[in-house]
Ligand binder design. Sequence first.
Ligand SMILES: [Zn+2]
Length: 479
Amino acid sequence: MADQKLPTRAEDFSEWYNQLVLKAELADYAPVRGCMIVRPYGWALWENIQQALDRRFKATGHVNAAFPLLIPRSFIEKEQSHVAGFSPELAVVTVGGGEKLEEPLVIRPTSETIIGHAYAKWIQSYRDLPVLINQWNSVVRWELRTKLFLRTLEFFWQEGHTAHATLEEAEAETRQMLDIYTDFAVNEAAVPVIPGRKSASERFAGADQTYSIEAMMGDGKALQSGTSHNLGQNFAKAFGIRYLDREGALQFCWTTSWGLSTRFIGAIIMVHGDDQGLILPPRLAPTQVVFVPIYKTDEEKAQVLDAARKASAALLAAGIRVRTDERDGVSPGFKFNDWEMRGVPLRIEIGPKDVAKGSVVLARRDKPGREGKSFVPQEGLAAAVVKTLEEIQKALLERARAFRDANTREPKNYDEFKAAVETGFALAFWCGSAACEARIKEETKATMRCIPLEQSGGKGTCILCGQAAAEKGVFGRAY
Ligand SMILES: [Zn+2]
């Protein structure tokens, strides 16, 4: 078992994360520096994330499509702040089929430009609006410092792109998608997030307004976990996305974009994991329940496997994602550790005594040891399992929320602020000036994560300069 052990989170959180990703077989390093191979277990988790989001997108009228990977370089240059923001990260194709290309092609870092080009063709009249399209794809950004899932050259995500007749509709869409991300994070991933507005310096390149959901990781640092942008008319003007309104006048559209990526897997790992490995929220776990049969003799084996298979079939029929670990030649103890590393929410142990008694042992991943164990009859097992999975889902959210709240302070002065961002978040009044924001970042390494949509009200003074301030921001060191 020695090679299975992770460094503890307390001794080296970063290395704990790196080794967990590899040992839980979520992802692996690729031959190209900074790229990532997502292994089947990691991809199964991503598929469950996709389904939970896609369901919500479609319920709000969005449809999926696919736009090309290659974008003419001139497209990227059409929107001024977009090109300024993305140029340093572009991967450019200059040769195709052995010939130097007349115009270099960019591998999409995001798709506003190519989609803007298509929308300019497709949208003629107010009757064509709104256009509500999403795509599931991967994008490439040439990052220098990389970490599996959190920051890789190529990553997987969804990018939604919508076009509207008015600013109000575009803003409503931007906020609706932020709400959907919040609902997904809280109710599917058990990750409590703070939805809020970004400061100007943290906005997406080309956006008038950027909103994000921010989560606190197990080391107290922040992870931006999803973003939604109101692009105003910036891309509409750059690409000529126009429509004839009801009066027959030509108007520019108002567009939005929004995305959530495989980075979110990093959030799940760092919010819920412990020193034994991953802990997955039941709603997203590829395997929700694993049966571990326990036996010594061949006769016991036959009995126990038979009972495990029957019980497993009953759970499967109840819609539970279940598997039975029938591996020979590895001990039950090894199997326990193995599934704990992979974060399976519930383990069911079944041995000869359990068969005789018609019961099984449930062991919760979120509560190691005796505390998380219970004896349950095989009769009616599916209902007991469904209930336990719901309890685990709820307990994970509560634990994560309690941790975040315990590590979020409302400092009264700048010294308290500096101490707060050493270990977690500081919720503090900020005057809104970029100068204060920059100085705070320089002196404390903490950035303004977002201005929470929910404000406790009242006015105060900026934590740094003492000027009047109307809103509080969440500050923290971020991934
Ligand atoms: Zn200030």
